[in-house]
Ligand binder design. Structure first.
Ligand SMILES: Cc1cc2nc3c(=O)[nH]c(=O)nc-3n(C[C@H](O)[C@H](O)[C@H](O)COP(=O)(O)O)c2cc1C
Length: 415
């Protein structure tokens, strides 16, 4: 597959506006504003079958069609690019933000046009300090060239774009916590419904999409639905950025078709396991996804296949563990992260995840109690689906899967 998103990753410099334009950048924006109607763009994105790549996999075109029309809801309307990327194991958006800021801007203007939005925000993970000046400069350049602002390229469409930096909270990647944070409030997720499409930023029509999701839109419009659907397998279509980390010879971001076989990804593209160790387990989609044993890794990397196997595609952040990895320690590290990042709004998540961390710590130290393993599973029952946002599930799902699949390792920690 010819890479589209990752062509410039690892260049010595990011593509500034001149390089981007010399490579054909902003060409799709020009033709879209001239030749396409917003409804047609939404239909094209629907026909392509693009699904959100921020973790949940919601069909993008359908989500866009939930945004009410300008006639129904005049006034400010917002497009938010979720660049908070904080899920452990995930570092694909970071690459796009670092090397191709104008691709993100062009994608946002086109997507904003499709939903008749007039204001955009890039919500950038607070820790991405080195990316901040890159995005700031790109936004300034785009204004200078007339790709942002009033009457873009002589059209009737106007779009303002702002960079907003987070302050280092994983929860602010959850789209409604993100909106609260953008409004200047504490990043507490909102109860849904109502959904952001109708009641988003300052209760106005809003759409939140992941960086990678947005960046695929110009390619779909330029190369067509047929091109997009020719990539992938019968279950999932399009190009995808996979993150490989952990015990793998060549960690990094790989752009490959949706639905690639997980083993092929690890052993052919990632070069396999260092020192010829045996593969023990893989988290396929970022730290919140249930773990797969080595025997379960002969699987297509897509939303449906991984759900059928009891795991999740998530952000396609593949974390590889070899035979030397202690599953108790790995799970402790993951749970410590979620305990730290719980916003504290919902009791099951605030108290439960911290408590799971305490139990895992004593199992790790060999001071576990006989009832601890079953207690961990009971706690998952008490946390899953009982919180406002999915952070509770994100913490409980790894615990349930690690403990169920590698129980013998946890039993060794009982005093
Ligand atoms: C705790 C939590 C953290 C999240 N963090 C991110 C994130 O950093 N980036 C992201 O794109 N989506 C994140 N999401 C998913 C967003 O809520 C939302 O589904 C996504 O931005 C929608 O974009 P998409 O449809 O393009 O995937 C997170 C969700 C939860 C529950």
């Amino acid at each position: 597959m010819e890479p589209v998103l990752s062509r410039h990753f690892n260049d010595s410099q990011y593509r500034d506006v001149d390089t981007y334009m010399a490579d054909g950048g902003y060409r799709v924006l020009k033709s879209t504003l001239k030749q396409r109607a917003p409804e047609e763009i939404i239909q094209t994105v629907k026909d392509a079958g693009l699904r959100g790549l921020g973790g949940a996999g919601f069909p993008t075109g359908m989500k866009w069609s939930f945004v009410p029309s300008v006639e129904e809801r005049p006034g400010n309307r917002y497009l938010v690019c979720n660049a908070d990327e904080s899920e452990p194991g995930t570092f694909k958006d970071r690459a796009l933000l670092t090397w191709d800021p104008h691709l993100i801007i062009e994608s946002m203007v086109i997507s904003g046009f499709a939903m008749s939005m007039n204001i955009g925000f890039i919500y950038l993970r607070g820790e991405f300090t080195e990316i901040t000046p890159i995005i700031e400069k790109a936004i300034a350049q785009a204004y200078e060239k007339g790709f942002l602002g009033n009457n873009i390229l002589g059209s009737k469409f106007s779009f303002e774009l702002y960079l907003h930096r987070g302050a280092g909270a994983y929860i602010c990647g959850e789209e409604t916590a993100l909106l609260e944070s953008l409004e200047g409030k504490r990043g507490y997720p909102r109860l849904k419904p109502p959904f952001p499409a109708t009641h988003g930023l300052w209760r106005s029509p809003t759409n939140v999409n992941n960086v990678e999701t947005l960046c695929l839109v110009p390619f779909i419009l330029d190369r067509g639905v047929k091109w997009f659907r020719s990539i992938g397998n019968d279950k999932a279509k399009g190009p995808k950025l996979y993150c490989l980390s952990g015990r793998v010879k060549r960690p990094g971001v790989y752009e490959l078709p949706m639905g690639i076989n997980l083993k092929e990804l690890i052993f052919e593209h990632g070069g396999g396991i260092p020192n010829d160790k045996a593969l023990k387990a893989v988290i396929p989609g970022g730290s919140s996804c249930p773990v797969l044993t080595a025997a379960e890794c002969d699987i297509s990397m897509d939303f449906d296949s991984l759900a059928a196997a009891g795991s999740m595609f998530g952000t396609a952040a593949v974390i590889i563990m070899d035979e030397t990895v202690s599953m108790v320690e790995a799970l402790y590290v993951i749970t410590r992260f979620y305990a730290h990042e719980s916003c504290g709004q919902c009791t099951p998540c605030r108290e439960g995840v911290k408590w799971m961390q305490d139990i895992l710590r004593r199992l790790l130290k060999g001071r576990g109690r006989r009832e601890d393993i079953d207690l961990l599973i009971t706690m998952c029952d008490q946390i899953e689906r009982r919180t406002i946002c999915a952070l509770g599930d994100a913490a409980a799902l790894p615990v349930r899967s690690f403990v169920s699949k590698f129980r013998h390792e946890f039993e060794k920690g009982i005093q």
